[in-house]
Design a protein around this ligand. Sequence first.
Ligand code: MN
Length: 241
Amino acid sequence: MPQEILFISDLHIAFDKPEITQRFLNFLERRAPQASALYILGDLFDAWIGDDDCTPPNSKIRKQLKQLTQSGTAVYFQPGNRDFLLGKRFCKETGVTLLNDYEVIDLMGSATLLTHGDLLCTDDLSYQAFRTKAHMVEWQQNVLSKPLLLRLLAARWYRFRSYLHKRKKHQSIMDVNQETVLHVMQEHGCLRLIHGHTHRPNIHNFLINNQTAQRFVLSAWSKNVGEVLCWNSEGYQIESL
Ligand code: MN
């Protein structure tokens, strides 16, 4: 069987979106076992408030991920801006490997940079300021030490506030900054970048030092469809679920 690597991101799984949860569980059970590796590039969950949160549908997802890793498919998770609090306990329970915010992999012979994508949106200064704060150890320890119920309520509030803020923000500042893209790709020595986050699925071709470079933007999952970027030795294709 040819080696196959799958990439997904931005499922935004939440209690009130059962169709996405079900599609993901079916994907883990039927489609993903055919691949040697699955990369989840962040925002798998619409909010992650700590590995001790076992409210639905988290337990079902943990169980299905564990089954997949035990069956021999390697699963990697890169934190998104919604689920960056996902931690070691979740990974231990599921067999998933946690990745750094920037990770370089060898994808069919080419160095490929993986990232969620929020770090590339450098025009959104207020978000980047929040991100810096929320990635500090003290901030995270403070949040995670609060009772679960309080964290559940706080997450609802944050989601609502983020919805309000997004309506006010200009569309262009919520996309990646091309200079930042070029800079991080050169810094990591990659001519291929795969990310999600912006919900603007596309394949962008451009040049870095006269060499062809590509940026793959993964699609967010919706109620009706979920997309997977599939790579094998022949190349890639985008599969709809
Ligand atoms: Mn995101």
